[in-house]
Design a binder for this molecule. Structure first.
Ligand code: ADP
Ligand code: ADP
Length: 239
């Protein structure tokens, strides 16, 4: 059984135009899957329908054996602890420190606030530090995250997504706002967690070359439909 099995997903926003049209695909444990396509293709909507930040109109999102679309709020919250998310614009809380932002990933946005590091256990803080070290930003742990560069902020975003030991992480254009050096650090790290920790990574990208050099598999999305689903080599034959 695949870790993720998406079946017949459709989505329209207020207007009639369908942004997603009958989307079917699967993702396996530890797989590095890129979704490519031009701006407006529906990549961001698709990713957000997977963890229900956006509600699809119909279809199934079977993750780890259960259809997330059928879950009630409480069960969904529980299931989402296994799904981390990384955003193009990081979506950190600017007035909080780096480590507080990382720990947020564990307790949600409402349950922590400034200066309340004390409410986290030593073990939780150690886990946050471990991740910050892995990404080479532990020296910034007590800085406000708005003092960090974009590349550093995205590394914080990745630590936040990983703090709960997810099985899947969804990355929506994680390098679109970054310089090449920072982009490489981020992509190398995402690749390493899929290979070494068996975390499935689904990454929206608009650069085909980046998708090709990192992915096990690539899905091409255009105007809300999947127009390609295959390996790098197969993609080579098209472009
Ligand atoms: P991509 O990530 O590939 O650029 P998006 O999923 O962001 O594509 O957008 C797909 C289409 O849906 C676009 O036409 C966009 O304008 C539209 N769209 C995205 N989010 C919303 C929204 N919240 N309300 C209305 N239309 C939206
Ligand atoms: P990011 O790429 O930083 O995640 P976007 O700029 O794609 O953010 O979108 C920001 C928000 O605006 C998202 O919640 C998205 O759903 C919404 N959005 C995107 N396109 C439209 C649109 N055409 N109409 C309304 N809302 C939109």
């Amino acid at each position: 059984m695949s870790l993720l099995d998406v079946r017949g997903l459709n989505k329209s926003y207020q207007t009639d135009a369908k942004v997603l049209k009958d989307i079917h695909f699967t993702a396996e444990t530890g797989e590095f899957l890129s979704i490519i396509g031009p701006s407006g293709a529906g990549k961001s909507t698709l990713l957000r329908c997977l963890n229900r930040l956006v509600e699809a109109d119909d279809g199934e999102v079977i993750f780890d054996g259960q259809d997330l679309r059928q879950l009630k709020k409480k069960q969904l919250r529980e299931a989402r602890t296994n799904i981390g998310m990384v955003f193009q614009h990081y979506n950190l809380v600017p007035r909080l420190t780096v480590i507080e932002n990382v720990l947020h990933g564990r307790f949600g946005y409402k349950s922590t606030f400034q200066g309340v590091l004390a409410r986290f256990s030593e073990e939780e803080k150690e886990r946050a530090f471990y991740l910050l070290e892995k990404l080479g930003i532990e020296a910034h742990a007590y800085k406000r995250c708005d003092q960090l560069s974009g590349g550093q902020q995205q590394r914080v975003g990745i630590c936040r997504a990983l703090i709960q030991d997810p099985k899947l992480i969804l990355c929506d254009e994680p390098i679109a706002s970054l310089d090449p050096h920072s982009s490489k650090i981020i992509m190398d790290y995402l690749k390493s967690i899929s290979e070494e920790m068996g975390i499935t990574c689904i990454v929206n990208l608009h650069q085909v070359e980046v998708a090709q050099s990192y992915s096990d598999r690539i899905i091409g999305l255009n105007d809300g439909s999947i127009v390609f689903d295959g390996s790098n080599l197969q993609l080579d034959q098209i472009y």
